[in-house]
Design a protein around this ligand. Structure first.
Ligand SMILES: Nc1ncnc2c1ncn2[C@@H]1O[C@H](COP(=O)(O)OP(=O)(O)OP(=O)(O)O)[C@@H](O)[C@H]1O
Ligand SMILES: [Mg+2]
Length: 227
């Protein structure tokens, strides 16, 4: 099992110090290696909160969370760095690229601190990914010099730079027109096949959700498998 979540609970502090709001309640979820899945549900349901927990950007209050055989909340220092590269890659809601860096630099940024050979491999891998994403001719552009769809593809390349087992994508097509969204969905599915990376996308798009192997709906703090 690639992702195993049992009895997950998560509350977030209410602004102004009020009673914390329960967002995720006794939530269960599983995903196999190489699988594709979508999470749908209303705005504010807790979808991003859940992805953040899987990606070790936030922690559960209680329950079991295991990703790629690891417990994110127990990882320290180098283990966490390794988890963020080799276990999960994240495409955020909004691309979060470094504005002053070129396309290529954005994708190789995680490997810049590596030793020489690893850095060289990292750059070769980044070029290959950017080529697969149709961005070989945009390597020296800054994010502000790209279209929205191109920026989103750079974000995908960066998330996959460490060859993770799981790609978490929060509304990857949210800001794109329909044709560009369909194209990006096709690219994500190709990468799923060729790189054996499992895909977990959060989306409001029925079209994107329907192209994943399973669809889960987040309602009342729980994930229900709807297809
Ligand atoms: N840092 C925070 N502190 C307190 N409450 C928060 C915080 N971040 C999010 N929330 C609240 O938690 C709930 C879940 O937020 P989350 O971002 O997970 O929703 P979502 O399902 O991703 O929604 P959307 O589809 O709009 O992106 C929302 O009601 C939100 O207002
Ligand atoms: Mg969200």
């Amino acid at each position: 099992m690639l992702v195993e979540v049992q009895h997950l609970n998560k509350s977030l502090a209410a602004p102004g110090g009020g009673k914390p709001v329960e967002i995720l309640k006794d939530l269960d979820f599983t995903m196999e290696a190489g699988e594709t899945a979508a999470i749908v549900g209303p705005s504010g349901a807790g979808k991003s909160t859940f992805l953040n927990i899987l990606g070790a950007l936030d922690y559960a209050d209680s329950g079991i969370v295991r990703v790629n055989g690891l417990v994110p909340s127990e990882l320290k220092g180098a283990e966490m760095v390794d988890f963020r590269r080799r276990s999960v890659g994240i495409v955020f809601q909004g691309h979060h690229l470094l504005p002053q860096c070129s396309v290529l630099e954005n994708v190789i940024a995680p490997s810049l601190a590596d030793r020489r050979q690893a850095r060289i491999n990292g750059e070769a891998n980044a070029r290959e990914l950017l080529d697969a994403l149709g961005l070989a001719h945009r390597l020296d552009h800054r994010p502000s010099e790209l279209s929205g769809g191109e920026r989103q593809r750079v974000a995908v390349a960066r998330a996959l730079a460490g060859s993770p087992r799981l790609l978490l994508a929060d509304e990857p097509t949210g800001a794109l027109d329909r044709a560009t969204a369909t194209q990006l969905t096709g690219i994500l599915l190709d990468l799923n096949r060729t790189r054996k990376v499992a895909l977990l996308v959060v989306t409001h798009s029925r079209e994107l959700a329907d192209r994943m192997q399973s669809v889960w709906e987040l309602v009342d703090g729980k994930l229900l498998k709807v297809s």
